[in-house]
Ligand binder design. Sequence first.
Ligand code: ZN
Length: 83
Amino acid sequence: MPHIPKGFCLECKKELIIKKNGVLLEVRTNKDKPYYLIDSDTWECPDCEIELSLGLAQQPYSNNYDDDFEDRRKDVEGIVYLK
Ligand SMILES: [Zn+2]
């Protein structure tokens, strides 16, 4: 099997490298309303150090209507927005 990277930085033409696995993101709507929490991986370009969130879980870790939502928000490492 050939080595197939997760992705490339088009600016630097370098293979992305994993920076951190298991990064909990808070996904908000475009109206800035907390929507759900989800696990992801953070990748980066070794040259320009741009960071990308990839490899999102198939299901949210917690939804805004779940009883444990507020409690689990304390572990959030980043906030992102849907378009
Ligand atoms: Zn780069």
